[in-house]
Design a protein around this ligand. Sequence first.
Ligand code: FE2
Length: 207
Amino acid sequence: MVSHCAISDQTRKCGETAMTEYHLHRFLDDARQAARANPEPADCVAAVAPLMHRLLLGDRGFLEPGHFRDDPDHYARNAVHIGDDGGLSLYALVWNPGQWTPVHDHGTWGVVGMVRGVLEERNFIRSDHQNETDEGIVLHRGGVILMTECTVTTFVPNPDHIHRTGVAEDREQAVSLHLYGRTMNSFHVYDLAAGSRERIDVFHNES
Ligand SMILES: [Fe+2]
């Protein structure tokens, strides 16, 4: 296993003690249990974030060559686990320099963990609070997060976490793990200029 971390010795990864014994199946079992025990999304992501961090500190042997598939035209979304019950889903996303998502939300909670590279998230704040339609949406540019290896970030719905994610042109390819509270087969895409959004369907293994 080739590590992508700057390891000062064999027991350290990302500045912390490596945990080679924590593997994917245990992570998923623990995350399912945390989700069941924490119906409130903010409680759920608080419980799951340390699990994602622990997974990143492991040997990452569950990541197969197919999970690192990239696409020259857009970021690639590679399914790692799709729950049979429509529950948790985990994806490896591969971002080449200059590849970005549209402005979007997810309609569920999520926990993102960085495998390698630098991923940027640009956030948007919606100010038309009483509007429950898909038109007349007012978005304001918010803060930016730069995520590096072993960073874990989370989001919750209601209000929606609206953001755009990608890798700057002058950076190297990034790989990130994304755990969602449901199968991520649809989400809202926002048109800032038009002040509107639409729900789009995606196959689980497509971008
Ligand atoms: Fe997202």
